[in-house]
Design a protein around this ligand. Structure first.
Ligand code: PSV
Ligand code: MN
Ligand code: MN
Length: 426
């Protein structure tokens, strides 16, 4: 199913006068403080976030899965859903596939479908945290770190296969997230597990096409609760350096112990040119994977402040690959993703407002109060009209969720796919 341009245009008309009034008010204010409003809007238009294929169904918890009706049950349908999101928001122009959940049966047809929906293929994700059908060896005690060479070889071969699938589709990066670790002290020899992981990653790295990147994700716990092999950004950074220049660290916002200063991690990695990918979500306790910006919007802004600074000042760091990694079982997944996309754009827009020259000067003077005021001035600006203007310029909806509801998209999806369709994923 597709939304027509007319449908979006007509719904926008009901909102446009009010939007213009809000936008003009804000644009005048920003203009007066020396900002180039058109440039800000263009930057927002250019900011595209990949949608993971596993976020389109209602996510599971270890206690149960409550399916949302009209879920996509094939890769084609997942791409169609992202197409809908992209039409409404103009911010979701990419998909991140998870293999083997999303193995394309017909690569050409999938590419065609993506093209029709103006979706490109972002990083492909391998999966060695679950045993797959007909697999010779189990990953119960680890994959790339396993004490058994045959298990490691199987996991390396899987990653190579994922690269091949991604390459056929036009992806340019592989994300490796490992569940490898231990539930109990003494279960693993830390040094052996880390050495095996490094050697295995190097094998995968050798197989990367010239223009590809390898993203290494870290996470301190879960599903293993005593230790994980790649527990933190330092371990990931070390492994990326050991692999070579095409390997990078991937920061997932949920993969930190409580109160970790994530913005500082971002700054450090960008200074060293090693921040490759970024997974957005929000959390109260751990890797909660709830809607971006729903719990700690100020932290998200501070992180974006470092990202904006890094993109501007750290040319040694490649432009990061952005992805939403959030999924749960309460809301309509498409509405939830629209909320996440809006939160990302809002945090980005606010970070773009930070007066970096004044901030540098205040830092130089050790004027702590002024430093904080500068950040607050940006954070407390209501930038929603800027974000909406970016969407309008790109052909999207002034108010995506309202438009989605008015056009009764979920009901149409249920009519087409039925009430009991289930998306593959976590
Ligand atoms: C598990 O924590 C996880 O959410 C990781 O963040 C990965 O990116 C994702 O699953 C898919 O493998
Ligand atoms: Mn992640
Ligand atoms: Mn996670």
């Amino acid at each position: 199913m597709k939304i027509s341009k007319d449908q979006i245009y007509n719904t926008n008309q009901k909102k446009i006068t009010q939007h213009h009034a809000r936008f003009d008010f804000l644009a005048n204010e920003l203009d007066a403080s020396g900002l180039q409003v058109n440039e800000l809007v263009d930057k927002l238009v250019a900011f595209q976030v990949a949608i993971p294929s596993w976020a389109l169904g209602a996510g599971g918890t270890r206690f149960g899965r409550f399916s949302y009706q009209g879920e996509p049950s094939s890769l084609e349908q997942k791409i169609e859903d992202i197409g809908l999101l992209h039409q409404l928001t103009q911010t979701a122009g990419a998909v991140s596939l998870h293999i083997p959940w999303d193995i394309p049966e017909d690569t050409l047809a999938i590419k065609e479908k993506a093209l029709e929906n103006r979706i490109v293929f972002d990083a492909v994700n391998s999966n060695t945290f679950q045993d797959q059908k007909n697999q010779a060896f189990s990953y119960k005690f680890g994959s790339l770190c396993n004490t058994n060479k045959a298990v490691r070889e199987q996991a390396i071969a899987h990653n190579k296969e994922v690269i091949k699938i991604g390459n056929d589709l036009g992806s340019k990066s592989l994300t490796v997230w490992l569940a490898d670790g231990a539930n109990f002290p003494g279960q693993n020899n830390f040094q052996t597990a880390l050495s095996h992981t490094e050697d295995s990653l190097k094998e995968i790295y050798k197989y990367l096409p010239e223009d590809w990147k390898l993203f290494i994700e870290y996470k301190p716990y879960e599903p293993n609760f005593y230790s994980t092999v790649i527990q933190d950004w330092g371990t990931s950074f070390m492994l990326a350096n050991a692999c070579g220049p095409k390997a990078y660290t991937l920061v997932d916002l949920g993969h930190h112990l409580p109160n970790t200063n994530i913005e500082q991690i971002v700054a450090t990695l960008m200074l060293k040119g090693k921040l490759g990918g970024f997974h957005f979500n929000d959390s109260k306790y751990g890797d909660d994977d709830v809607t971006v910006g729903s719990i700690k919007p100020y932290s998200l802004f501070l992180i974006f402040n470092e990202l904006v600074y890094g993109i501007e000042n750290n040319k040694q760091n490649p432009y990061p690959a952005w992805m939403i990694d959030a999924s749960h079982n309460t809301k309509d997944p498409l509405e939830d993703l629209m909320q996440s996309l809006e939160a990302i754009q809002i945090a980005y827009a606010k970070a773009l407002l930070v007066d970096q020259t004044k901030l540098k000067a205040a830092q130089q003077e050790h004027d702590v109060v002024a430093c904080q005021e500068i950040l607050h001035a940006a954070y407390n600006t209501d930038v929603r009209p800027l974000v909406a203007q970016a969407r309008i310029n790109a052909g999207g909806a002034v108010t995506p969720i309202e438009t989605y509801r008015n056009l009764q998209i979920r009901q149409s999806l249920i009519d087409i796919r039925g009430k009991n369709s289930v998306a593959s994923g976590l």
